[in-house]
Design a binder for this molecule. Structure first.
Ligand code: CMP
Length: 142
C-alpha cells in the first residue's frame, strides 16, 4: 500500500553535509518527498517527539544530541514507505547496520546515528502530525 513515513536527518548528518546524498537515496528508492523543513529543535520539542523513550537511560543524551544543531524533517510517500525507509536507514546501531545503508555509511554511533524513521504506520501518523500541519501535507499532484 502507499504509505507516508516521518524521516529526520539528524544534526550529525546535517553537519557532515550529506543532506543531498541522503535525499538522493530516498528518491532512488522511489520515495517522494511530500513535505520538508529545516528546524533547530528546542528541548521541549525533542522531548515531546521522543516521549515514548522518556524512561530510558539514553533519553537525556538523545534530547541533548537532537537539539545540538539543525535537523531536516521530511514526510516520505511511496509503496511500503515505512519499511522501505527503514531498509534504507539500516539498523539503529551503525555497527550492526548492513553495508550500503545510510547508517553504515554516515553514522558514527548508536547515539549519533544520522537518521530517524517511523517504526510503523501508527507512529508515522503521530510523528507526521507532530511536525506538520494539515495544509503542509496536501496531496502532491505532480
Ligand atoms: P531513533 O530512531 O531516532 O529513536 C531513538 C533514538 O535513541 C535512536 O534512534 C538512537 O539514536 C538513540 N538510542 C541511544 N541508545 C539507544 C538504545 N540502546 N536503543 C535504542 N535507541 C537508542
Amino acid at each position: 500500500a502507499i504509505e507516508r513515513t516521518l524521516s529526520i536527518i539528524k544534526p550529525d548528518a546535517v553537519a557532515k553535509n550529506v543532506i543531498g546524498e541522503i535525499y538522493s537515496r530516498f528518491e532512488k528508492a522511489g520515495l517522494k518527498i511530500v513535505a520538508a523543513k529545516m528546524k533547530h529543535l528546542s528541548k521541549a520539542e525533542a522531548e515531546g517527539f521522543y516521549a515514548e523513550h522518556s524512561a530510558r537511560g539514553f533519553f537525556g543524551d538523545l534530547v541533548a544530541f537532537m537539539t545540538s544543531g539543525p535537523v531536516i524533517i521530511q514526510v516520505l510517500e511511496g509503496e511500503n514507505a515505512v519499511a522501505t525507509h527503514r531498509d534504507l536507514m539500516g539498523a539503529t546501531d551503525p555497527k550492526k547496520a548492513e553495508a550500503g545503508t545510510i547508517r553504515a555509511d554516515f553514522a558514527s554511533s548508536i547515539d549519533e546515528n544520522a537518521v530517524h524513521g517511523s517504526d510503523s504506520t501508527t507512529s508515522a501518523a503521530r510523528e507526521i502530525a507532530y511536525f506538520f500541519s494539515t495544509i503542509e501535507l496536501a496531496p502532491r499532484t505532480r
